[in-house]
Design a protein around this ligand. Sequence first.
Ligand code: ADP
Ligand code: 5GP
Length: 190
Amino acid sequence: MASKVFVITGPSGVGKGTLIKELLKAVPDLELSVSATTREPREGEEDGRDYHFLTAEQFDQRKEEDDFLEFATYSGNRYGTLRSEVERRLAAGHSVVLEIEVQGAQQVRAAELDSVQIFIAPPDPAVLRERLAGRGTDSAEAIARRLEVAEQELAVQGDFDHCVVNDEVERAASELVGIVRSELGQAPAA
Ligand code: ADP
Ligand code: 5GP
């Protein structure tokens, strides 16, 4: 069966990471691409597992070497998907999940790559603030910046192949798993 690239996007705090964790448990042949970023690691984040943490110079160098499938500046930091992360997984027969913001999703859409684009939306934009505050990983200033970007991101959700409203983790994860299984031609879980 053909491997696919699943692009999962949506505003910060909507629950992408939470739902992707459930998705990876439910669909074993999927693998998450580890992105590169210039942002500082959060407590508990590990280089190579959560992100490849790069300096701005290292990021530029990789960019010059055309190592990125896509890249974008988000909230003052740079983020990018390394081609090697995606290519080696596809070559090994795995489908790949990219958890990226909307500018990157647009670049992947423009690339010659068979991708499925999924937007995760909040049941109400007000929950983003609550969830970001509840997560406890970002300063008040960082949260404010992320909420500003969120408005622009919510405005383009119509460009995506699928939209999943993350109202409740179990329900939304099951909808996401259903979309991915169906795109992969797999039967729904019993
Ligand atoms: P993202 O990866 O989109 O930035 P996270 O997965 O880190 O978001 O989720 C942000 C916060 O919201 C986390 O603390 C997470 O536990 C919580 N969360 C995720 N989904 C839900 C939900 N459906 N209802 C309530 N809280 C949620
Ligand atoms: P965070 O700092 O919360 O980990 O991520 C901030 C935003 O950057 C999120 O919307 C996340 O999806 C996005 N992001 C993470 N990795 C990449 C990437 O490789 N490329 C792009 N374009 N965005 C990314």
